[in-house]
Design a protein around this ligand. Sequence first.
Ligand code: UDP
Length: 326
Amino acid sequence: MKYLLTGGAGFIGSHLSEALLERGDEVCIIDDLSTGGIENIKHLKGRTGFRYVLDTVMNRSIMIELVDEADVVLHLAAAVGVRLIVESPVRTIETNIKGTEIVLELAAKKKKTVVVFSTSEVYGKYNGTKFSETGDLVLGPTFKGRWSYAASKIIDEFLALAYYKEKKLPVIIIRLFNTVGPRQTGRYGMVVPRFVQQALSGEPITVYGDGKQTRTFTHVKDAVMAILNLVKHPDAIGEIFNIGGRDEVSIEGLADLIKEVLQSPSSIVHIPYEKAYEEGFEDMRKRVPEIGKIEALIGYEPKCDIRDMIRDVAEYQKKRGLSSSL
Ligand code: UDP
């Protein structure tokens, strides 16, 4: 099969590319390197069945050709990371909406399967339960920048489902919860690579707010396996799936754990949200996925625990010499 990965030089795209090539599929990547990096895919250069195009998904004429050549489009290209969203809201909204419009429109002409990568951000505020694919999405007001990311991804989901219903385009929507692993950068705010870098360099570990907010984390290896199994399952078409972890951990608990696993002398400091992000920033107090739907369809069972993730991220950072300032 021929796969087109938009945003394929990003953290998740590069792992997906690797797994696809390993099982003998052909992979073409389009990436403008805005948040992805050429170093993520340099080990794939020269591999049979691999090629990449350095351009944006907004370049329609290039995209016409690339979508045409593919059997399946994995649409990962997006502005990601809470920090980027707060700092560059125009870019976030435009990239996320226009890019998806182009991908879906072109794929619809040739009925190519499209996987739209969405995010747990779409669930918005904690509603007292685990987040389930059929649950309500509760966002804050439009003057709070953070919510623009969720809103842009919600439009992507609506559009994908509209193409499915109206134009019979085979689409799958995946809502990724916090995913962690080698090649993820802390530059855009992601907590695990940031804490690991701080722990390895002996700098203070920066817990935002009171640190009682919770998340679950999934190793990118588990996420990739789940994505590839969904793509080949006929009953996944037209559906939305959460991919996330089971074990809930508080951010201050995560800081302690990282210190322990890496035997780090770092202190733990608390930084108010308005200093870390912007005045009035709203964080999610709790974010835990309901994963029964994907479990039932493909037998999804995350194998790596948070300690494996910490070790793998630390290993990567040590190898790359990243244990200096972000
Ligand atoms: N966070 C933190 N210190 C950091 C970076 C992030 O305490 O240096 C917190 C952040 O405020 C959030 C959690 O860690 O509560 C997860 O942040 P991330 O940006 O990784 O993902 P999110 O779940 O917010 O999309």
